[in-house]
Design a protein around this ligand. Structure first.
Ligand code: SF4
Ligand code: SF4
Length: 474
């Protein structure tokens, strides 16, 4: 049976209450660290640059490529424009993101957490600043026990100022996604910002400072739901960071291991140097077995590879390897790659099907909408000549960047329609990105309960919008 913990070696830092309560990760160099730096640069660049990208949508629409316009209830993402009525598309996108995340988890565990999650990216950035200002793990641990001096106070103040600056840039950039970014920048420099903008900048700045500067691994372990879900979705065939205990144990010094090897006796490769634990941003000793809190960042892989290189032993004592292959290794069996298996294939097909479905939905989406609301009180009016009249509110929506002139008609009913204030039924102009509400009455000389359709025809006479409702006699 595999026992998986969600715990971390919080007391590994050594003696003393302060040391024991903090994870102080050591810097590490290596292949995976370089990949992490590249992803960090890419994701931060995307985050900071995207609000300033422009996208021409015509004269009556904002030209910001990505914009969440709360005032008008629109989400713009390049050529895609989502209205509140299109919430099903957002729901579809969220379902797609969940399926892709579960697929990634089945292939490589919490790899999203370790490489691209904003919490990881900003924590890495804050750690970089911390190390540049205060030094690496050894100096930081020494300083924790030392008395406060002026030099140390300056170091701490510098670090927090830099952290606050990054947090301010992060919080400031986030609100650029909600309004016109260049205009907001001009307002920022002119000291002309609305209280709402200032409030949100403060909230986002404080959140970044708190989560990346102080909460750090606590977010990945206790606040995020993803490690909690690992109990249900952890996959022993996923390529996650694992320790090849069958190769590393028994732990011993490099000298003793070399002597045993020279005599042809079994020896472990792990020299118990603790570097894999010291570099871990979560504070895990992966040699104890799989851990739900592990974010699969691979820094312990880099650390152990560097030790193995110095000892002239093969790399990969800690490596991206499936738990099943660790078990096979223990039994002396050859490793098997099972990335392609029914579960991953089914998840990949589901993701592709969802992508295709969403693409079709977006491509065939109407640029207008019609909504009918039947009068409730009175629901029907009996006229003196024996006919019956029903009242409706017809709402026409134009989501396109040009004005449309709709002619309203009804079908499926032997009756007449009148638009209040527009007796001759002239085309109704709906401005770009706008809507029109019309009061409409339908009268039947020989009344009966039946269904009817409201039709809106465009300038070419083609029916482009339609909606069903009912005519009732009482
Ligand atoms: S870095 Fe490698 S050798 Fe050192 S303790 Fe970790 S597993 Fe053992
Ligand atoms: S155990 Fe290794 S892969 Fe997991 S979080 Fe720690 S350093 Fe990253």
């Amino acid at each position: 049976m595999t026992v998986i913990e969600i715990d971390h070696a919080r007391t590994r830092a050594g003696r003393g209450a302060v040391r024991a309560s903090r994870v102080v990760p050591q810097s590490v160099a290596g292949r995976l660290r370089r990949i992490k730096w590249a992803i960090l640069s890419l994701t931060l660049s995307i985050y900071y640059v995207t609000p300033f990208l422009r996208w021409d949508r015509g004269p009556n629409a904002p030209d910001q490529a990505v914009l969440l316009d709360f005032v008008h209830g629109r989400l713009y993402a390049f050529s895609i424009e989502i209205w509140p009525q299109d919430l099903y598309i957002v729901t579809g996108l969220l379902i797609l993101a969940s399926v892709i995340l579960i697929l990634a988890n089945s292939l490589a565990g919490r790899v999203w957490c370790g490489f691209a999650c904003p919490q990881t990216v900003w924590t890495d950035l804050f750690l970089l600043v911390e190390r540049r200002v205060e030094g690496d793990r050894r100096e930081r641990l020494k300083n924790m026990d030392a008395a406060l001096t002026w030099g140390r106070a300056v170091q701490v103040a510098t670090k927090h100022c830099l952290w606050l600056l990054i947090s301010l840039l992060t919080g400031g950039t986030l609100i650029f996604y909600f309004t016109d970014a260049p205009a907001l920048v001009r307002g920022l420099f002119a000291g002309d910002l609305s209280p709402t903008a200032l409030t949100w900048i403060t909230v986002f700045t404080g959140t970044t400072y708190g989560l990346a500067g102080f909460a750090r691994e606590q977010v990945c372990t206790f606040m995020c739901p993803w490690p909690r879900l690992q109990g249900a979705i952890w996959d022993p065939e996923a390529v996650t960071v694992n320790y090849r205990d069958y190769r590393g144990e028994q732990r011993m010094s490099a000298k003793k291991a070399a002597e045993l090897r020279a005599r042809g006796e079994p020896s472990g490769d792990c020299v118990d140097c603790g570097l894999c634990v010291n570099v871990c941003p979560i504070g895990i000793d992966i040699r104890q077995g799989p851990n739900f809190a592990c974010i699969n960042c691979g820094l312990c892989v880099d650390a152990c590879d560097s030790v193995m290189a110095r000892l002239e032993r093969p790399r990969g004592l800690i490596d991206y390897e499936s738990w099943r292959n660790i078990e096979r290794g223990r039994r002396g069996e050859t490793r098997v790659s099972r990335l392609v298996r029914p579960k991953t294939v089914a998840l990949a097909i589901t993701s592709l099907a969802l992508m295709a479905g969403l693409a079709v939905l977006l491509a065939t989406r109407a640029t207008g909408a019609i909504a009918i609301q039947h009068d409730r009180d009175p629901i029907a009016v009996a006229l003196s000549d024996g006919s019956v009249r029903n009242g409706y509110t017809v709402k026409l929506l134009n989501k396109s960047p040009v004005a449309h002139h709709y002619t309203l008609a009804i079908e499926g009913i032997d009756g007449s329609m009148t638009i209040v204030g527009n007796d001759n039924g002239a085309p109704v102009t709906v401005e770009p990105d706008g809507s029109e509400s019309l009061r409409v009455t339908v009268t039947m000389a020989r009344p009966k309960d039946c269904e009817l359709r409201f039709l809106a025809k465009d300038e070419t006479g083609r029916t482009v919008l339609s909606a069903r409702d009912r005519f009732v006699t009482r």
